[in-house]
Design a protein around this ligand. Structure first.
Ligand code: FES
Ligand code: FES
Length: 161
């Protein structure tokens, strides 16, 4: 039986009708809503490339049934910024050339945003801990860490200005 699920994505109310209430949020974002930024990697909640914010908390969404998201607020990488107005994290990742293939980066940006939203001055260890659920097969970790530190510094400077 078809059911309708109402929630919000990147600040906009959405309503999707699906036959299967266990359909993963990731499939809904990509296939129903056309938001292709969030990636499918393992599909087993192991790699972190499907990370989104749900009510402000970073969560892997490749195995998260859509029924559990009803009434909640989802933020994807598309909701962080635009090419014209990138989030400071997105700009810092570009400046530091933090990715190689880039496949992991949407999930890493979301995890990093969740961290900086709570903790504007994280230590290197806190950044590593926040990104612990995100695998980067290219081994770009050092540049990714540098980019997060740079964005945090820029956001602090922006907040003071
Ligand atoms: S695709 Fe979701 S954790 Fe790997
Ligand atoms: S940049 Fe390729 S997996 Fe991270």
């Amino acid at each position: 039986m078809t059911k309708t699920f109402d929630f919000s994505v990147n600040g906009k109310a959405v309503s999707v009708s699906l036959d299967n209430e266990d359909t993963p949020l990731l499939n809904v974002l990509r296939n129903e809503l056309g938001l292709m930024g969030t990636r499918f990697g393992c599909g087993l909640e192991q790699c972190g490339c499907c990370m989104v914010l749900i009510d402000g908390q970073p969560e892997k969404c490749c195995a998260k049934p859509i029924s559990t998201v009803a009434g909640k607020s989802v933020t994807t990488v598309e909701g962080m910024g635009t090419p014209q107005r990138p989030h400071p994290l997105q700009q810092a990742f570009i400046d530091e050339q933090a990715g190689q293939c880039g496949y992991c980066l949407a999930g890493i940006l979301i995890s990093a945003k969740a961290l900086l939203d709570k903790n504007p001055m994280p230590t290197r260890q806190e950044i590593a801990l926040a990104l612990d659920g995100n695998i980067c097969r290219c081994g770009s970790h050092n540049r990714i860490m540098r980019a997060v530190e740079k964005a945090a510094a820029q956001m602090r400077a922006g907040a003071r200005a």
